[in-house]
Design a binder for this molecule. Structure first.
Ligand SMILES: [Zn+2]
Length: 318
């Protein structure tokens, strides 16, 4: 009892100090996002054969805004027996942005990559203190060539997107947001903006940012994939629920003359997809869910080999 009393005060001070530090590092998580529901058009298609038989006037350009340099196998299911075959040599993972142009609905982006802070202030750019610490502990660095940032590339393309659809809310996907106008609308899955997600990315958004979310609970499953939303109602652009890596991860299908499936981080790169190794989730339940999402994507790829696959962080030709 005497000892407890003696230890009590320093222990209480230590707990308070650690708590205050954690609250400071995670302060973005306390930020509230005002989110409205994404207006889902009435379903006009019942299966992928029908969708793919009706390509629309929509195009996709993928570009790289920097790289994340790390042991890429750390992103994968940590208990997969194939981890032993994964090349654990650190390498560059592409930080991608996808520009989608629809003949009627105009220009939009999928993810935002990095703004120019990553060239100006390497290796962590505009990351929060918590993310810097997390990167440092895991030996992750980020790089960007001058002129490779989102703003410079959009200026060269003369594109002014008003809307961004996110695959998920991780800072290597939201880091370009400060380069966009304050009236830009941001769309993501309904369950995506959790406390930890906001802690990691809230600093990228301004107080005026407009958010809307897709409710996959109300969307029909489109076998072999899960719940899928026809975002424009004409079969051109689809959001597909692939949770696991995050709570409400999204893959996108762009149904132009050469259809493309963007897996997002439901599969970071080709090796993992081909070998059936799912992404690492925040916890073991997330990782388990990610395996289901990956198998659905693999079943789709097998059933529709004419659809090109673009992985979440694959380098190389696009
Ligand atoms: Zn990522």
């Amino acid at each position: 009892m005497w000892r407890l009393k003696k230890l009590g005060r320093p222990a209480a001070i230590l707990i308070l100090a650690v708590g205050a530090l954690a609250a400071y590092l995670l302060r973005g998580g306390f930020r509230r996002f005002e989110i409205t529901p994404y207006p889902v058009p009435p379903a006009a298609f019942v299966d992928w054969n029908d969708v793919l038989a009706h390509p629309r006037d929509i195009s996709l350009v993928t570009f790289q805004t920097g790289v994340v340099h790390m042991d890429a196998c750390l992103n994968l299911d940590p208990v997969s027996p194939k981890q032993a075959d994964c090349d654990h040599v650190p390498r560059d993972l592409a930080v991608l942005v996808h520009w989608v142009h629809h003949s009627h609905f105009g220009d939009l982006l999928i993810d935002t990559g990095f703004d120019d802070s990553f060239a100006k202030h390497p290796p962590y750019g505009n990351y929060t203190d918590a993310m810097r610490f997390f990167n440092w502990v895991n030996g992750v660095t980020n790089r960007q060539q001058p002129g490779e940032d989102l703003s410079a590339q959009l200026a060269r393309l003369n594109v002014h997107p008003k809307k961004v659809f996110f695959t998920h809310l991780h800072p290597d996907h939201t880091g370009g947001v400060p380069a966009l106008g304050p009236q830009t609308e941001f769309v993501f899955g309904k369950a995506e903006a959790s406390f930890l997600a906001r802690a990691a990315v809230a600093n990228d958004f301004s107080a005026e940012s407009k958010f809307s979310s897709i409710d996959f609970a109300a969307a029909p499953a489109m076998a072999p994939l899960g719940p899928s939303v026809d975002l424009f109602g004409d079969g051109s652009f689809w959001a597909i629920s692939v949770p696991g890596h995050t709570d409400d991860d999204i893959a996108y299908l762009i149904n132009g003359t050469s259809p493309v499936l963007l897996t997002g981080d439901a599969s970071h790169f080709a090796w993992a997809f081909k070998n059936g190794v799912g992404p690492r989730g925040w916890n073991s339940a997330g990782t388990a869910r990610g395996r289901v999402s990956l198998e659905q994507l693999r079943a789709f790829a097998k059933a529709y080999p004419g659809v090109k696959l673009v992985y979440g962080h694959e380098t190389g030709r696009f």
